[in-house]
Design a binder for this molecule. Structure first.
Ligand SMILES: Nc1ncnc2c1ncn2[C@@H]1O[C@H](COP(=O)(O)OP(=O)(O)OP(=O)(O)O)[C@@H](O)[C@H]1O
Ligand SMILES: [Mg+2]
Length: 234
């Protein structure tokens, strides 16, 4: 049977000086009830810090809550990245601009602010193989997660395979909805020639159009594409 949490304050008497163990017991129950797990786990350390440093009341409260907030936001960021499909954590900080002197660095840095996502604009990065297109978009993806934007990242071939799998088991509408939902959808390495199709399935181009069209003007898709592969069988 599911365990339900009950408020911890209902049965205990008011506390007076000298009731320290009872106060701490109540504190643990409050923290458990509120789901402040980080504070609960580090309570002994926090109490030791408080008796050592003797901060004022507001400073003590702020210190405790700031620790909990930092822990929760770290966890949220880690979850956002994990569920985005972004496996490689590329950053612009390690991007060697001198490798691509023809690249407009200030434009890339401007795009990296991700204002285009808030404007619901589309972004297509095109260029020769191995020139850092995926690196740049993965870095944008990581920044989106840090900014608290929802992200799905996928290579085009994997995205289409997922949607086509939905045709087989009747989950296509659900999958399409899921891909259409995030604020930023990165479709990397648009090389449609690799997609295997059966006769009764819509073409890769049709499937991709369906998804992009659903998001168009509402949520940003970003694509990378090698123009030499763009003529592949769609
Ligand atoms: N200017 C650069 N600075 C640092 N690393 C780079 C740079 N350009 C490319 N790389 C690295 O080289 C590898 C290949 O780059 P990437 O996959 O981004 O190229 P691409 O343009 O997407 O290629 P493709 O067209 O084949 O998809 C990656 O590991 C990437 O991090
Ligand atoms: Mg690439």
């Amino acid at each position: 049977m599911a365990k339900t949490k009950t408020p911890p304050t209902d049965t205990l008497p008011l506390l007076v000086r000298g009731d320290e163990p009872l106060v701490i017991e109540r504190l643990r129950r409050h923290l458990t009830y509120l789901g402040l797990t980080h504070t609960l786990l580090s309570l002994d350390t926090l109490l030791a810090w408080a008796s050592r440093e003797r901060p004022g009341h507001s400073a003590l409260l702020e210190h405790v809550l700031a620790n909990e907030v930092a822990h929760k936001s770290e966890n949220r960021l880690a979850r956002r990245i994990r569920t985005s499909g972004l496996v490689e954590h590329k950053t612009l900080e390690v991007f060697v601009w001198d490798f691509q002197p023809s690249l407009d660095k200030s434009l890339v840095l401007e795009l990296a602010r991700l204002d285009f996502v808030c404007r619901h604009d589309d972004l297509v990065i095109t260029g020769k193989a191995g020139t850092g297109k995926s690196h740049i978009l993965k870095a944008f993806g990581l920044r989106a997660c840090v900014q608290g934007l929802s992200l799905r990242y996928a290579r085009c071939v994997d995205l289409l395979a997922d949607l086509h799998a939905g045709l087989a088991d009747g989950t296509y509408p659900l999958r399409l909805k899921a891909w259409a939902r995030p604020q930023l959808l990165i479709i990397d390495d648009v090389g449609l020639g690799q997609v295997r199709l059966r006769d009764d399935e819509p073409t890769a181009a049709h499937t991709l159009f369906n998804l992009i069209d659903r998001r168009h003007g509402k949520l940003s898709p970003s694509l990378t594409d090698d123009p030499r592969r763009a003529s592949a069988s769609v």
